[in-house]
Design a protein around this ligand. Structure first.
Ligand SMILES: *Cc1c(COP(=O)(O)O)cnc(C)c1O
Length: 378
């Protein structure tokens, strides 16, 4: 079956009742026939039928053997990091999601796990960074907010050589546009808050693995740490996933047209979008992705915080918000929002200039979106 078909049928009729829409099993525990004799469910932290459906769905979409659902993307990330022990080292892409950077540098470093942040778009940097302590290589591709692309296949080979696991945070593209496990990754992480759920109404996080031993360890950690996804939020995410293909196709089409419009506007300086031929990683994006996604960043000729602020408060359809992957178009200002706590020099080194604006392009009519951008820029 093609992905569009799989997605629509991802929520299978309920085993017990035949209900077409997966029921929300809003229960914390389950009656047992005798001590330790049950229908596979005892307590909802350990297993819940609604959560089980969304966990199987994400595993299938990413091509893994098991999926785990968490109460947020960071709870998912945290659970994967708990596979590590004191003395282990993580090599991560240098513009990794701010929350991932924060948990590595302020929580796991205290527990004796060290992290190195490097530009993984250049394979040589990865080869030079790995050591015999490297347990994880943690990628995001594309990255936030300057949309750098790393070669998953090549980095998977390096990870294998040094006995490390390759983890890919696939939030920005979703399995509709990129399946890291098929490219050699060991673990996929998601903030389901973004494209998977797609409507800006739920927080969720996922982990998908391809190895049964790692699956067993994660199942243990998920139940032991307890940051699981609630039945209702499992249902909301599942509901979102059914229209993922339609949404992501429209997000990508709109973003391509907007990126092409932005490069023609006299107020605009740089435009970051992997679908543009002049994007430095366009070739690798075209090779490993099925589309270029809905995220665009750009800078203004007037490179100031004030100019960016003016633009973001003048758009009428693009709403100023931290989120992304919503059906609604959103705009954000990394320098004062997501990267506020990054030192100015470090921030500018990774391309987060004062005027950098990030757009999460929604599924509205593209002419309306372009007109909104035009009137704000003018
Ligand atoms: C939002 C996000 C996260 C964290 O997810 P939450 O659901 O907000 O906890 C992790 N990685 C990426 C790339 C994100 O965009």
């Amino acid at each position: 079956m093609k992905l569009e078909t799989k997605l629509v049928h991802i929520s299978r009729p309920d085993e017990f009742t035949g209900a077409i829409s997966t029921p929300i099993y809003q229960t914390s525990s389950y009656m047992q026939e005798a001590p330790d004799v049950n229908k596979g469910f005892a307590y909802t932290r350990t297993a819940n039928p609604t959560r089980k459906v969304v966990e199987q769905a994400i595993a299938e979409l990413e091509g893994g053997i098991a999926g785990f659902a968490f109460s947020s993307g960071l709870a998912a990330t945290d659970c994967v990091l708990k596979l590590l022990k004191q003395g282990d080292e993580v090599i991560a892409v240098n513009d990794v999601y701010g929350g991932t950077y924060r948990i590595l540098t302020t929580v796991y470093n205290k527990l004796g796990v060290t992290s190195k942040f490097i530009d993984t778009t250049n394979i040589k940097n990865v080869i030079n960074a790995v050591s015999d302590k490297t347990r994880f290589i943690w990628l995001e591709t594309p990255t936030n907010p300057t949309l750098k692309i790393s070669d998953i296949k090549e980095i998977a080979k390096i990870a294998k050589q040094v006995g490390a696991l390759l983890i890919v945070d696939n939030t920005f593209l979703s399995p509709a546009l990129q399946q890291p496990i098929h490219l050699g990754a060991d673990i996929v992480v998601h903030s389901g808050t973004k494209y998977l759920s797609g409507h800006g109404d739920v927080l969720s996080g996922f982990v998908v693995v391809k190895d049964s031993k790692i699956a067993e360890n994660l199942k243990y950690l998920q139940n032991t740490s307890g940051g699981v996804l609630s039945p209702f939020d499992s249902w909301l995410t599942l509901r979102g996933i059914q229209t993922l293909y339609l949404r992501i196709e429209k997000h990508s089409q709109n973003a391509q047209k907007i990126a092409e419009y932005l490069i023609t506007h006299p107020q605009v300086d740089k435009v970051y979008y992997p679908g543009l031929k002049n994007h430095p990683n366009h070739a690798i994006a075209a090779q490993q992705q099925k589309g270029f996604g809905g995220m665009i960043s750009f800078t203004l000729k007037n490179d100031s915080l004030e100019a960016a602020k003016k633009f973001l408060t003048r758009t009428k359809i693009f709403l100023l918000a931290e989120n992304l992957g919503d059906v609604r178009s959103l705009g954000s200002h990394p320098a004062t929002m997501t990267h506020k706590s990054t030192p100015e020099e470090v921030r500018k080194e990774t391309g987060v200039q004062d005027s950098l604006i990030r757009l999460s392009v929604g599924i509205e009519n593209v002419d309306d979106l372009i007109n909104d951008i035009k009137q704000a820029l003018d």
